[in-house]
Design a protein around this ligand. Sequence first.
Ligand code: GDP
Length: 195
Amino acid sequence: MSTNPLPLRFVKSAQRLTELPPTEREIAIVGRSNVGKSSLINALAARNGLAKVSKTPGRTQLLNLFELGDGATVVDLPGYGYAKVPGRVRDTWAAMIEGYLTGRDQLRLALVLVDAEVGPTALDLTTLEWLRHIGLDVRVVATKQDKVKSSKRAKRKQELAAACGLDTSDVLWVSAAKDVNIGELRARIREWLSP
Ligand code: GDP
């Protein structure tokens, strides 16, 4: 399985499910604002600026589609849980994310990003529980691995996975900043999106 950069091509941003173009196969990337989602997408594609690395958390409020080719698509969902966003706007986001995740037939899996240093937040856990409840296949990726001291990593890996209800080996730890496990994640994404 090739670990070359994913040739992701931005297709469009949409506000709701009905605005999305048809695709063959999709995976969705989910996570709270500031978890490192944009940085990770850029690292997967080895293209800085593909997904905007926002200085203001919560700015990415749309469903962003990136085509990998041959109908395989990565969907970047709006980051949830940014405290400074008014409740009404938050509700709109929730409805958008929920509408997409429950209504997209070709969606194969949700990749839930959890900050390795912070660990799963209450909202991360609620999201995980809800994704499992709707029967979607879920994988957890811990971001910003480099922010956890190497001496503390083994313990943190256990704790983070256990909090998510997973075995330690089920969580892939990555660092977009230090290029840790980015190749492995590319290979897995190719596999999940294979015909
Ligand atoms: P998003 O809101 O989830 O799209 O998060 P961003 O990609 O914009 O990243 C949020 C912040 O975390 C930025 O300041 C990034 O530079 C930082 N960040 C993202 N990935 C990493 C990483 O792998 N290591 C470290 N140390 N910082 C990161």
